[in-house]
Structure formats: C-alpha cells, structure tokens
Design a protein around this ligand. Structure first.
Ligand code: SAH
Length: 458
C-alpha cells in the first residue's frame, strides 16, 4: 500500500485553497461538504467561486498568494496553473506540517484525493495511488450504479436505532444477525424507495415481535426479453439478494446466472411433457417460502405486468399480508422492436401502438378486429405464432391492406435474434415454410418499413 487511507475531520477547520478556477471550485465544494471553513486566495476568480463568496459560503481574498496565507490552516489545496507557485506552496506547507494537495501533481502532495461515492454518512473512497485515476473513476461509476442512493438514509436509520437494538439483543451475535437481516430485508427496501417512516414503523415492530421479523419478502421482477444488459439496476440488486428464485421458461439462461450464487433455483415453467406447476401452485409457493423468512425472487420474462400474470401472483401475497415489490422489466415489444430497428411509433407512419395477445382461448377469435385493422397504428402481437394465419385472415377481412408489412421476431435481443419481414397476406406462407422458434413476437404496421434503413443489430 503506497498511501494510508484515512478520513480527516475538517469540520469548522480553516482550509486554504489557492486558485479560483473550475478545478479549485470542485475542491472547494468537497471541502464544504465536509463542513470546512474555506479561505480562497487568487488574483483572479471564476464565476462559480465568485458565487460561493457572494453567498458567504467561503472567504475569497483577491490577491497573489503569500507565505502568511498558510498561517493556522489545517489543510491546503494548490489549484493554480503555475507549476512554480504550486511547488512553492507545497514546500511551505510540508515545512510547516500542514496537509497539502497539489492538483495533478502527486509528487508534491502529502495526501491525494480519492474518487468518492458519497452516500453520507457512508462514504467510499477509491484510490489508484495516483497511478490510474481514470480507472478509479470507472470503478466509482460501477459502485455508483450498484449502491442505491438511499444507503446514506439507511445508515442514518441504523444509527437512530442502534441503542434500542443494543438494549433488546444483549448478545452481540443475536444483534449482528438482527442487523444483517434488517439491512437486506423489507426495512432497507422501504428506505430505498423513500418511505423512511414506514421503514421505521416496520423496524420497531421487528424489534418487538420476533415472529413478525421472520417474514420474508417477494420481489416480482421483470427480467426483460433476453439480453442481460437490459436488466434494471434494481432487478439485478434484488436478484443478488434473494434466497430463492422462481423462474419460468421465458427467462433467458445468462440472466439466471446473475442470481446469487447460493440461491435456491426453482423452475415453475412448463415442462417438456407439458406438466407444470399451475398458477395456484406458484401463488402458494410464494406465500409459503416468504413465511419461512425467505427473500423470494419471482423472475419473469419481459415485464411482469404485461401478459405475465404478475397481478395474480401478488394478489395472493397481498391477501396474506406478505410484503412484496414489483420491478418493471423491458417488455418483449420494446426489446424486440429496438433490436430490430423498428420504432413502434413514427410521425410519418404510426401515432399509436397496441400490445395484443395472439393466444386466443380455444382458438376463439374474439379480438376487436375493426379497432386493430387501422392504418396509422402499430400492432404488436404477443404469443402469436400459432394464431398467425387467423390473425392475417381477420385483419385483411376487416380492411387492412394485404401488403401491410409485418415482422416476425424470433428470440429477440438474444444472440439468436432473427427477424423475418413479409406482408400480412404472405405471413401464413412464411410460417408454413420456415422453422420458427419460440418465443416470437409479431409486429404489424408501416413502421416495419423503417427496418431496412434502421437495422443495427443483426
Ligand atoms: N411478460 C412478457 C410477455 C409474456 S407472454 C413480456 O413483457 O415480454 C410470452 C410472449 O412474449 C411470447 O409468446 C412472445 O410473443 C413474447 N416474447 C417474450 N420474449 C420474447 C423474445 N425474446 N423474443 C420474441 N418474443 C418474445
């Protein structure tokens, strides 16, 4: 280790910044966040530093740097564009045992400033020991995206309840177990969505009612259409926290590989012999597992509320007072159209789009065909492969042009993504003559023409 990572208390301490340009401004802001009392010395002043001075946030002195400026300072930052001056400031500071940082000159510094992820009171500092600051910033960006913004509020809440929990659980091991559960359970999740008061109420109940504290939570998560990069941050975070994962056929395998390594995986989709756990079975499984205190991830393809029966699953949870949350996913229509270069709306071709199921009960054709057979809209049929011929016949019968372009998208957004473009009239022929693999999505509308120009993926 080339540097000792420490956090320095500069609350109300007098800190000197020499220079008043953009870089100085950024450093001043950091010092202010740590509640320092900032004195800025420079011959010329940038607009932003001037504004801070005008608002009495800092003391700005318009003059060249002189030796006396370092007197009684706890810390100095040299942010001028003059190397000779920076060197002089560094020497002076070191001679007087004052911490000094010279921007972009690690050799002159007695301390260097790390990249930080600020979730105050939690602060993560990342340093490359001045070797690769860009890499440190990239690591920081990764952390920023995986650590929820509200971690600071969570730390605050823990602080507020620390003594109460200490008195309730005298044994340190019990205390640790309690906090570990709490910090990755419902209380934390409530804080993350901004419901701090609810979080407090639940935490109080958990402290006093052990049985209540043993109830888990269900995360109904949309896994998107296939490409794992289309998962949301929240989906990934909860997938990596869940103890059990219930998934079905549509969840693409590389996505499953992202769940917590030691999580129990339960397949609840259709089996090859067509036997599957029915919906009631899934609903009670969710209830039973969460009553055992497990954090259960119910992972569904696309978005759970679009042709996903997600509503039915959480209805049962609500009836049983099981906490749950719903994480939206990118639905097949959005993923497939984007990866096929087919905008679903376009000012020249389509002013609206409709998501329709092509899976018609008992092959009953009960869709509002007259509403669907319209020129200026895009229709996206889910589960349409078997009903393709009927759809084509009905739309033409209700007035849609025979040469209306259609796109059949197979395994959209995955490496096996394939798009067949044809016309409404020729669609039955296509389905008869090609071996098409599920899942497939059908897009009907003039927007399909745009693919010729806008295709970027395959
Ligand atoms: N909840 C899902 C839809 C479930 S219905 C969502 O929001 O996407 C199942 C249908 O979704 C399939 O029959 C197919 O029409 C469509 N689908 C899902 N993933 C798909 C994919 N990767 N490519 C093409 N179609 C897909």
């Amino acid at each position: 280790m080339e540097y000792l990572p420490i956090f320095v208390d500069i609350n109300k301490k007098s800190c000197l910044v020499v220079g008043a340009g953009d870089i100085a401004y950024r450093k001043i802001n950091l010092l202010l966040k740590a509640k320092a009392s900032v004195v800025c010395v420079a011959k010329k002043c940038g607009i932003q530093v001037r504004e801070l001075a005008n608002n009495n946030k800092i003391q700005y002195i318009e003059k060249p740097f002189s030796k006396e400026d370092i007197k009684d300072k706890a810390l100095i930052i040299a942010a001028t564009n003059k190397d000779v001056l920076n060197t002089e400031i560094a020497k002076l500071a070191k001679k007087n045992n004052i911490l000094v940082n010279v921007v972009d000159s690690p050799d002159l510094c007695s301390f260097i400033m790390p990249s930080i992820v600020d979730r105050s009171p939690i602060v993560i500092a990342i340093s490359s020991s001045a070797k690769a600051p860009v890499l440190a910033r990239l690591i920081r960006a990764k952390l920023e995206s995986t650590i929820p913004n509200a971690y600071g509020k969570l730390a605050q809440l823990v602080g507020d309840f620390r003594e109460i929990v200490k008195n309730k659980f005298v044994n340190a091991k019990d205390r640790r177990y309690f906090w570990e559960k709490t910090l990755s359970g419902v209380v934390a999740e409530k804080v993350f969505i901004g419901k701090t008061n609810e979080a407090k109420a639940i935490l109080k109940k958990q402290i006093n009612d052990i049985e209540f504290s043993e109830i888990g939570e269900v995360y109904l998560i949309g896994a998107g259409p296939g490409d794992p990069d289309l998962l949301t941050f929240k989906a990934l975070r909860l997938m990596q926290q869940a103890d059990v994962v219930l998934y079905d056929r549509l969840v693409f395998k590389p996505i499953l590989e992202l769940v917590r390594r030691d999580a129990e995986l339960i397949y609840v989709g259709k089996k090859p012999n067509n036997h599957s756990i029915n919906q009631d079975g899934i609903n009670s499984l969710l209830v039973n597992l969460s009553k055992q205190g497990k954090r259960v991830c119910r992972l569904k393809g696309g978005d759970p509320f679009i042709f996903g029966r997600g509503g039915e699953e959480i209805e049962t949870l609500a009836e049983n007072n099981i906490p749950f949350q719903v994480v939206p996913g990118i639905t097949a229509a959005l993923g497939c159209s984007a990866y096929s270069g087919i905008p679903l709306t376009h000012r020249d071709y389509s002013q609206s789009c409709r998501f329709v199921t092509g899976h018609l009960k008992n092959n009953d054709i009960n869709l509002p065909w007259h509403e669907l057979a319209k020129e200026q809209q895009t229709i996206i049929f889910y589960m349409a492969l078997n009903g393709c011929k009927n759809l084509s016949k009905q739309l033409i019968k209700h007035g849609m042009a025979k040469d209306m372009p259609v796109a059949l998208i197979e395994k959209g957004t995955t490496p096996e993504h394939k798009v067949y473009v044809t016309t409404l009239a020729k669609l039955p022929n296509l389905v008869d003559n090609k071996t098409i693999h599920a899942p497939t999505l059908l897009i009907v509308g003039n927007v399909v023409k745009l693919r010729e120009k806008l295709n970027w993926f395959d």
